[in-house]
Design a protein around this ligand. Structure first.
Ligand code: FPP
Length: 240
């Protein structure tokens, strides 16, 4: 499927939803859905590489996900660690630079260790930046940013009158990345689920009924093609 270069989003963010339903439909335990979801991650990363997308942020584990049954949380952490262990070389070979956002210190120590190892190993790459949102919650991120700024005001480093959108953005976990141009959510749900609430202010949203484990490279291309038809207005009037 051809997509004109001008319509390629610089940053794609994805809420990968539907792993549990995918497994349930097949009479399988939920973790099998997550395992298949990890395969879809691999294919999506490749698809982004094909399209020369610069940033891909994946909502891999939310701050709220800790409240899932212990066994599922354990299995997800194990899957993440295994994914990183097994796929880092492949990410490196594909010139992918791995990054992570969220309260990473909440992750089990062995998982944190592997994550930092994988980030370090790919840090010199200059292709796709793959950002995993882990133990991530947007409201927590905003509160952390506010606390940071308050500390700077109290220390006399900045005047509160200087605080504007740009300065606040520099106090979020995402300070090194542009805001997403396109948000994809799978499994048909019409929610943001506490994901990048500040950063998605002007992002184009694409919802597909496909469950995440069934999401293919072609589905990514279809989403990007749909994005190419959008007219982004940023609150201004239509140009035609
Ligand atoms: C939502 O599906 C998905 C998650 C909570 C976890 C996402 C994890 C993966 C895609 C696999 C591992 C990721 C990496 C980066 C290795 P759900 O369980 O809420 O599905 P449901 O709504 O159908 O129950």
């Amino acid at each position: 499927m051809a997509t004109p270069a001008s319509s390629i989003p610089r940053h794609v963010a994805i809420i990968m939803d539907g792993n549990g339903r995918w497994a349930k439909d097949r009479g399988l335990p939920r973790i099998k859905g997550h395992e298949q979801g990890a395969e879809a991650v691999r294919e999506c990363v490749e698809g982004c590489g094909d399209l020369k997308i610069e940033f891909l942020t994946l909502y891999a584990f939310s701050a709220e996900n800790w409240q899932r049954p212990k066994a599922e949380v354990f299995a997800l952490m194990h899957l993440l660690e295994r994914f990183l262990k097994e796929k880092t070389q492949e990410l490196f070979d594909k010139n992918v630079r791995l990054q992570a956002i969220g309260r990473l210190t909440d992750l089990p120590p062995s998982c944190q260790k592997q994550l930092h190892k994988s980030i370090e190993r790919t840090s010199g790459n200059n292709g796709l930046t793959l950002i995993l949102a882990l133990s991530y919650g947007s409201r927590l991120e905003i509160i952390d940013g506010v606390k940071d700024l308050l500390r700077e005001v109290q220390a006399g480093h900045i005047d509160s009158a200087m605080i504007d959108v740009e300065m606040f953005s520099k106090h979020l976990y995402t300070r090194y990345y542009p805001d997403p141009d396109l948000l994809i959510r799978t499994s048909g749900e019409m929610r943001l689920s506490n994901f990048l609430l500040w950063q998605l202010s002007y992002t184009e949203i694409y919802v597909t009924p496909k469950l995440w484990p069934d999401f293919t490279r072609q589905d990514l291309f279809a989403a990007v093609e749909d994005y190419g038809q959008r007219q982004r207005r940023y609150g201004l009037v239509c140009s035609d």
